[in-house]
Structures are given as structure tokens and as C-alpha cells.
Write a protein that binds this ligand. Structure first.
Ligand SMILES: Cc1cc2nc3c(=O)[nH]c(=O)nc-3n(C[C@H](O)[C@H](O)[C@H](O)COP(=O)(O)OP(=O)(O)OC[C@H]3O[C@@H](n4cnc5c(N)ncnc54)[C@H](O)[C@@H]3O)c2cc1C
Length: 414
């Protein structure tokens, strides 16, 4: 049986590992951390079909001084990281032009429209369909300004085929009475769904992988052995060398440094987000809700409510600023008036974001046997199973359901 190594056992890596087992590879995953505690650990848990309008939007450059000055705002740039982030940020801002945004949104639409079917097939395959809750996600707006800020993004998403139903705040309260009754507007994102707990999802995928004969090695990849365009082995920090015929690079924000070792320049930064899981919250919420002004979502996990979100450009190495997590919990009371916050577990994650918001999926022309599966930014949970399918198609030399050229790792070269 040909041997294949997946570097990184987060939601994207483990999804690829399972898909490649099905292609009859003998698969080994290399993962240094506890299972399920990559970026997805802190996620809102949404299968965010139609979350396609890039973060970088017109007017972004003018906002930079504000981002630097307001460390508590939903979107911020950490001053201590600003200098180091400048080259990446400049590319990010360069994508904030209407034509570029439209092209990015169209590419992300093609991908995310595959996500629900792929995710359901993946869950059915491992016998864990109960992990998905198929209910629309509700977005809440305090007033006309918040609604107006969203209008262009909604129009573009609708034009590209997304289902967004605008209702009143009162309707949102009727649909889910835990929500405060006094929001002015709400939107039902009908294509979206959510998982009951992202960590449990990643654990379930790992368990299925191991039950099917997969191997997980606890360790950190630091380099490679190669013979021309062919990689022959991955080197671990502890000195071990793992040989294989094929390699998949899915190490989240760390993929950038490992790709540099391979001679493939990737542009990925870690965009920090926070989540607090509240047990005994005293609230019976049955939908994921997003509070537009607060920049966060609240998802009903099994036995807890997760308050998660915000965007902090701080870099791949930055440590968490837990104040930001605490602020979210305070603001969550605006959304759920009955919320109690006694028992709280704080988490944070670094979303691996590219300046053009597109993930990195596929082979590089520079290497014969390495496939990239990284850079998913805000959409790793949504796109894990779809990315796995596309990676399996690429390695098996099969026609994939969509053209993946726009996601090529080589787009950053030159
Ligand atoms: C607050 C927040 C909310 C979010 N909400 C959503 C959401 O609702 N929906 C959604 O789709 N996405 C969401 N995301 C984004 C999502 O969590 C990420 O896109 C996703 O987790 C990325 O998956 P990944 O497997 O690429 O990276 P990770 O989950 O980070 O996994 C990478 C893995 O690689 C391992 N690794 C690192 N270095 C090495 C090395 N040297 N060798 C081997 N392994 C290594 C790490 O330990 C890690 O386990 C959210 C993120 C945050 C922070």
C-alpha cells in the first residue's frame, strides 16, 4: 500500500487523512497537540455556507488607525505586531477592491456550496450524523446603521446564490425566544448549519481514522528530506524521520514556515479569535446567533453555550489577550438577557488567513508529491470535508467537481 503523511491533525488535516484512507493509502498523521485543540477548538461551529464576502473591504486602509487604537473593538490590529504584519496587511488591503472582492466571493461560493453535502457525507461515513444541527443561523442588527453596513455584502452574497431572508428583530425573538425582543432587524441565513461542539467533531474524525487503521504520531514537523522535486521524508523536532510516498501539508498557521522549507512561499497569518464556553448559562438557545455590532456569535453546544468571534490581527506567534474573550461574554447579555456566566472555559484560536481570503488547496508545480490543504481563515470547519475531497481527487488524478486553480499554493510566488 502506498504511504502518505498528513502534517497537522486539525479539522482540515484529519478530514484529508480519512479521505485518503478511502483511496487506499496507508496514512500517518503528525500532530503535536491535543486532538481538537487547533483553531477549530475556539470556533463558532458553523457550516457557514455563503460566508463568502472577504474580510478586506473597501475603506479598509482608512480604518487602520482606528484598528490600532481600539484594542477592544470587534476588529483590531495589535500595535505590537503591526510592523511585522505590514507586508501581509498591505496585500490584504490590496484585495479590498470591488472587482477583486467579487472574484473572491464567487470562488468561495463555488467551494462553500459543496460544503453541506460533503460534510453530511463525511458524518454519515463515520456514523456521527448527529453532530450536525440543520437550522438556519440568525444574524441580529441593533438598528439602521448596522443593517446598512451589511447591505452590500448581503446583496453580493444573494447575487451569487445565497439564501438570506430578512425579518424583524421581533420575528427572530419568536423563532428563538431566548433572543432579546428589541433588535430592530434580523436575517435568517438559511444555507448555514452548525455542529454541536467542534472539538468533539475533530475527536470523532480522529477516532474513525484510528479505527480504520490510521496512525497518529505525536510530534512537530520541522523539515523535509528531498530528492529533486520529490519529498522523501518529513523530519520531526525530536529527530525522527517519517518516510512516505505522498505528503499533505495541513498545519494551519504553521503551514507557512513548513512550506518555506519546501521552497513554496505561502502568505498566511494567524488572525486570533476567542471563545468562551458557558456551562449552566440559564438560557435555552436553539440556533446559532450572530450579533452584527459585537462581531461574535453564540452557538448552543452540547451542555454549554459558546460565545465566539472577533478578529484580531496579531500574527501567527501572538499570545492571547483574554480581555477580548471577557468582553464578548459581557456583550452577549445584550443578545441573551437571561444569560448567566458563572462557569466559563476560555479558548482562543489562530485562523490561518491568506490576504485574498481564499484557502490554499492543491499541488505546487515545484513539488511532485506534496498537496496543500491550509489557509482556510474563517472557513476551516465549513470546508474541511470539501477540501479533503478535492485533495483526494488531486492525488488520485481525478477530475474534481470544481476548478481549483484559484486556490493554488503557487499564486503567492513572484
Ligand atoms: C473564534 C473563531 C471562530 C471560528 N468560527 C468558525 C466557524 O463558525 N466556521 C468555520 O468554518 N470556521 C470557523 N473558524 C475558523 C476555523 O476554526 C479554522 O479555519 C480551522 O480550524 C482551520 O483548520 P486547520 O485544520 O487548517 O487548522 P487548525 O485547526 O489550527 O489545525 C492545524 C493543526 O496543525 C498542527 N500543527 C501545527 N504545527 C505543526 C507541525 N509543525 N507539525 C505537525 N502539526 C502541526 C496543530 O497542532 C493543529 O492541530 C473560527 C475560528 C475562530 C478562532
Amino acid at each position: 500500500m502506498p504511504e502518505l503523511v498528513v502534517i497537522g491533525g486539525g479539522v482540515v488535516g484529519i478530514s484529508c487523512a480519512l479521505a485518503l484512507q478511502a483511496e487506499r493509502f496507508d496514512v500517518t498523521v503528525i500532530e503535536p497537540g491535543p486532538v481538537g485543540e487547533g483553531a477549530s477548538w475556539a470556533s463558532c461551529g458553523c457550516i457557514a455556507v455563503g460566508e463568502i464576502v472577504p474580510l478586506s473591504q473597501p475603506g479598509m486602509l482608512a480604518k487602520v488607525p482606528g484598528l490600532l487604537m481600539h484594542p477592544k473593538a470587534p476588529l483590531t490590529l495589535r500595535p505590537s505586531s503591526a510592523l511585522r504584519l505590514t507586508p501581509w496587511f498591505a496585500r490584504f488591503v490590496a484585495n479590498a477592491r470591488p472587482l477583486k472582492m467579487r472574484a473572491i466571493a464567487a470562488d468561495l461560493a463555488r467551494l462553500t456550496f459543496l460544503a453541506t453535502a460533503d460534510f453530511k457525507a463525511q458524518l454519515a461515513d463515520i456514523g456521527r450524523s448527529e453532530l450536525l444541527v440543520e437550522r438556519p443561523v440568525i444574524k441580529l442588527f441593533d438598528g439602521d446603521d448596522d443593517r446598512a453596513n451589511m447591505a452590500a455584502a448581503f446583496d453580493l452574497a444573494r447575487e451569487l446564490g445565497c439564501s438570506i431572508e430578512e425579518v424583524s428583530g421581533g420575528d427572530a425573538h419568536d423563532i428563538d425566544p431566548a433572543i432579546a425582543p428589541d433588535f430592530k432587524y434580523a436575517a435568517l441565513l438559511r444555507d448555514w448549519s452548525f455542529v454541536t461542539e467542534p472539538k468533539r467533531l475533530v475527536e470523532a474524525l480522529h477516532e474513525a481514522f484510528l479505527n480504520r487503521g490510521g496512525t497518529v504520531i505525536s510530534g512537530s514537523a520541522v523539515g523535509f528530506d528531498r530528492n529533486g522535486r520529490q519529498i522523501t521524508a518529513v523530519k520531526l523536532q525530536d529527530g525522527r524521520t517519517i518516510a512516505a510516498d505522498e505528503f499533505v501539508l495541513a498545519a494551519g498557521t504553521r503551514s507557512r514556515d513548513l512550506a518555506a522549507e519546501l521552497g513554496v512561499p505561502l502568505q498566511i497569518e494567524g488572525v486570533i479569535g476567542y471563545s468562551t464556553a458557558l456551562k449552566n448559562s440559564g438560557v435555552d438557545l436553539s440556533h446559532t446567533v450572530f450579533y452584527a455590532k459585537g462581531g461574535f456569535g453564540i452557538t448552543p453546544y452540547d451542555g454549554a453555550l459558546a460565545v465566539a468571534g472577533t478578529i484580531e490581527f496579531a500574527g501567527a506567534e501572538a499570545l492571547p489577550n483574554w480581555n477580548r474573550a471577557d468582553i464578548l461574554v459581557e456583550k452577549a447579555r445584550r443578545v441573551l438577557p437571561g444569560l448567566q456566566t458563572g462557569s466559563a472555559e476560555r479558548r482562543f484560536g489562530r485562523r490561518p488567513l491568506t490576504p485574498d481570503t481564499r484557502p490554499i488547496i492543491g499541488r505546487s508545480g515545484r513539488l511532485a508529491n506534496v498537496t496543500f490543504a491550509t489557509g482556510h481563515g474563517q472557513l476551516g470547519l465549513t470546508l474541511g470535508s470539501t477540501t479533503a475531497r478535492l485533495v483526494a481527487d488531486e492525488i488520485a488524478n481525478r477530475q474534481s467537481p470544481i476548478d481549483i486553480q484559484a486556490f493554488s499554493p503557487d499564486r503567492f510566488s513572484g
